[in-house]
Design a protein around this ligand. Sequence first.
Ligand code: SAM
Length: 198
Amino acid sequence: MPKAYVVQDKYFQKAKEQGYRARSAFKLLELNEKFRIFKKGQKVLDLGSAPGSWLQVLSQKIKTSNDQNTKTVIVGIDLQEIEALPGVQLYQADITDLEKLKELLGHDKFDVITADLAPKTSGIKDVDQYRSVELNLAVLEVAKLFLKPKGKLISKVFIGADFQDLLKELKQNFLKIRQHKPKATRDRSFETYLVCER
Ligand SMILES: C[S@@+](CC[C@H](N)C(=O)[O-])C[C@H]1O[C@@H](n2cnc3c(N)ncnc32)[C@H](O)[C@@H]1O
């Protein structure tokens, strides 16, 4: 018998208890624990931010007491509206629209770009993973424009037939690429996270 799909699992409950907007927060916390990505005072761009749990984690990890209310060090972008978060710059935009991003971000460069993007799922595994790879190729274009020379990129991708092609593209732009599936990712999910370093 396949395992039952539990909509409100233990991470859902934990997120509620700890005030996170989504269970995904625990994925970023685990990635950071494992790869030591974030440091106080960095500038971070988060792509596909709604409802905003990664932005909440980033606020805890990045902000110093100096930039609580002054400098903007975290920027979040999503197709959907994101509820305001203190000291986080939010934009409602399509991350594949590079001209729009240039308009919004100007010449800003970031220490880390995080992307937890999910395409509108069709339920057809091959189609969804292809769309996820397409989104990752768009993320790579964003990174080429807005990531600092020694910056890091963390991105979610659905594994499938096109995954190796994506890795090939990423390897042309990053020296080191590591892959990790956090515990908060559902067992049956075919998503994984890539941590890319220049
Ligand atoms: C899994 S959710 C992100 C959850 C978020 N990391 C959090 O912790 O709250 C994926 C998001 O990707 C966004 N997305 C998908 N395609 C996008 C695109 N082309 N541009 C901007 N956002 C996109 C969706 O609107 C959705 O909100």
